[in-house]
Design a protein around this ligand. Structure first.
Ligand code: C2E
Ligand code: CA
Ligand code: CA
Ligand code: CA
Length: 279
């Protein structure tokens, strides 16, 4: 077959549909993206529903691709999970979020907590704890100003192992919240053994909150569950006044969403805080 030459490639080309090809190319480039410093973090404020103050920001990664522009984490995080690249990328996120949070404090802002998303593969790595310790040591950030967001479905994959890891993190003084809560069917008896500070109501329940009675039932159940277990509850994906009214009426603690702010650059967080916390 070799002597058929280069043109023969075209014969096989249709086997690679454009989606597969695109994915393959992106994977190759994802390998180099860290070294080329193509990642950035945006920060989205989380607002206390009673006082309107911001005490926490969530770090959200963006890939600034040289020719394709900004690529959503929904596209490349699953890819990074598959290839294992999530470990070095996640490590970069941890370091950068801690460094930025310490820089805000050094600039005289009131201390905030920065939340970092941790993916399944990263969470299950046996050296997660030492990676977290390194990020804290390198940045000089106190552990209590770092919070890790772990999804409910990740915890449910292996509750015992997850609780053991979460206990170690808590031992360091790092806080933990459960992301996408309501989508992973935790049993109530399991939930009370989780060393977590907050539940994040998944944005799929918030989207149609004003009109959908099922979503209202889920949201209010999660809020009262949080109150009973002494956990703070935050709603994500909050975009409208109607959603806020419902959350306030049901005593939800905090919210995050476009209504208050999109994820923004670190410099814009300073401006937002000056305006909102009246410092
Ligand atoms: P997530 O952790 O559930 O983050 C919330 C997502 O909702 C973010 O999307 C955020 O920009 C978006 N969002 C915020 N407010 C609103 C709103 O009012 N309406 C709507 N419709 N959406 C809103 P983003 O930044 O595209 O991130 C998507 C997902 O990618 C995240 O979902 C998280 O699972 C993952 N991700 C982002 N950054 C990281 C990271 O550094 N590490 C890991 N492992 N995963 C990350
Ligand atoms: Ca999150
Ligand atoms: Ca979420
Ligand atoms: Ca509470």
């Amino acid at each position: 077959a070799k002597e058929l030459g280069r043109d023969n490639f075209q014969f096989y080309a249709p086997e690679f549909n454009s989606k597969t090809q695109e994915k393959f190319l992106l994977q190759e480039e994802l390998r180099d993206a860290l070294a080329r410093a193509e990642f950035t973090l945006l920060y989205q404020p989380q607002v206390d529903l009673r006082t309107g103050h911001v005490f926490t920001v969530e770090a959200l990664i963006r890939w600034n691709h040289p020719s394709l522009g900004l690529i959503s984490p929904m596209k490349f995080i699953p890819m990074a999970e598959e290839t294992g690249l999530i470990v070095p990328i996640g490590d970069w996120v941890l370091h950068e979020a801690c460094r930025q949070n310490k820089a805000w404090q050094d600039a005289g802002l009131p201390p905030m907590v920065v939340c970092v998303n941790v993916s399944a593969r990263q969470f299950k790595e046996n050296n997660l704890i030492s990676r977290v310790v390194n990020a804290l040591t390198d940045s000089g950030l106190e552990a209590k100003y770092l919070e890790l967001e772990v999804t409910e479905s990740l915890i449910m994959q292996n509750i015992e192992a997850a609780v053991a890891t979460m206990n170690e993190l808590q031992g360091l003084g790092v806080q933990i919240s459960i992301d996408d809560f309501g989508t992973g069917y935790s049993s109530l008896s399991a939930l009370k053994t989780f060393p977590v500070a907050r539940l994040k109501i998944d944005k799929s329940f918030i989207k149609d909150l004003a009109a959908d009675e099922n979503d209202q039932a889920v949201a209010s159940a999660v809020i009262s569950l949080g109150q009973k277990l002494n956990l703070r509850v935050i709603a994500e994906g909050v975009e409208t006044d109607e959603q806020i009214a419902f959350l306030r009426k049901n005593n939800c603690d905090e919210m995050q969403g476009y209504h208050f702010s999109m994820p923004v650059l670190a410099v814009e967080i300073v401006q937002l805080l000056n305006k909102n916390n009246a410092i």
